[in-house]
Design a protein around this ligand. Structure first.
Ligand code: CU
Length: 66
C-alpha cells in the first residue's frame, strides 16, 4: 500500500543535506519518492516503507528525526 508520510528532521542546512537524505532514504526498497523541504525541515516520503526504516535511513545519512 502506498502512503505519504512526513518526518520532521533536524540538522539539514543545505542542498548537500537534502541530497544525502534523498539518496539514503531512496535506497529503501519500498520508497517511491522522497522530497525535502529545507525551509520547514520536513521530509516527505511516498511509498510503503515503514517509519522505523525511514528513520534509520535518515539517521544513516547523519540527521535526526525529531
Ligand atoms: Cu548540508
Amino acid at each position: 500500500m502506498t502512503t505519504t508520510a512526513t518526518y520532521s528532521v533536524s540538522g539539514m542546512s543545505c542542498d548537500h543535506c537534502v541530497q544525502a537524505i534523498t539518496s539514503e532514504v531512496g535506497k529503501l526498497a519500498d520508497v517511491e519518492s522522497v522530497s525535502v523541504d529545507l525551509a520547514s525541515k520536513v521530509v516527505t516520503v511516498v511509498g510503503a516503507a515503514d517509519a522505523a526504516s525511514v528513520a534509520a535511513a535518515i539517521d544513516e545519512a547523519g540527521f535526526d528525526v525529531d
